[in-house]
Design a protein. Structure first.
Length: 203
């Protein structure tokens, strides 16, 4: 027996439940909340999602999300243009930026090497990172990937790719626990990990 008295409500619940971390009960609660909101508020909510999906871009320099062709970080002349922090995805950029401890640029890989998930180096933006370093303008690469087997594998792959070039390769200190994702690390610990980064030994 269908528990929903409205097909429209059921459709809304199913769409909300398709989002990561949202179960059917939470989806129903959200749908009912929106049902009781003013129409103007619901339309504003819906338009914000549509506009984000339709108009958001990825920075042509670092692959971070942006409203313009080049993101605010890359276009900021006050940032250290010769230091690049390599991260897994845009959530890590947000996490590191919240510490206010890093003043360089970023390079977003949009994933990490994971054969079990079918993700190879060619699926990531490692190629454009190598091109940046090859230009000779970068003096330091900071590897800020997850402290996991996949993260370490990606670190080592990048290290091998960049080893022929005259660039310092460092990694964030292990104040970030093994297996931790950067986005869930507290700001103080993450900030210290950036400041106390160490030379990457390729091991």
């Amino acid at each position: 027996m269908n528990p929903y008295s409205s097909k429209l409500l059921e459709n809304a619940v199913n769409e909300l439940a398709s989002l990561p971390g949202i179960g059917k009960k939470t989806a129903l609660r959200l749908a009912l909340h929106l049902l009781h909101e003013d129409m103007e508020n619901v339309e504003t909510f819906g338009q914000a999602i549509i506009q984000m999906r339709r108009n958001i871009r990825f920075c042509k320099v670092c692959h971070n999300i942006s409203d313009k062709e080049t993101c605010e970080i890359c276009s900021n002349p006050k940032r250290e243009q010769n230091v690049i922090c390599v991260v897994e995805d845009v959530r890590d950029v947000m996490a590191i930026e919240s510490t206010n401890q890093f003043k360089g640029l970023y390079h977003v890989l949009n994933g990490i090497i994971s054969p079990i998930d079918g993700i190879s180096p060619e699926d990531l933006t490692i190629g454009s990172l190598v091109e940046k370093v090859a230009s000779g303008k970068t003096t330091e690469i900071i590897l800020a990937l997850p402290a996991t087997i996949e993260g370490d594998t990606t670190n080592f792959y990048i290290y091998k790719k960049l080893r022929p070039y005259k660039v310092l390769i460092t990694t964030i200190s292990r104040g970030v626990a093994i297996g931790d994702e950067l986005e869930y690390t507290d700001e103080i610990t993450l900030g210290r990990s950036i400041l106390n980064r160490t030379l990457y030994q390729g091991s």
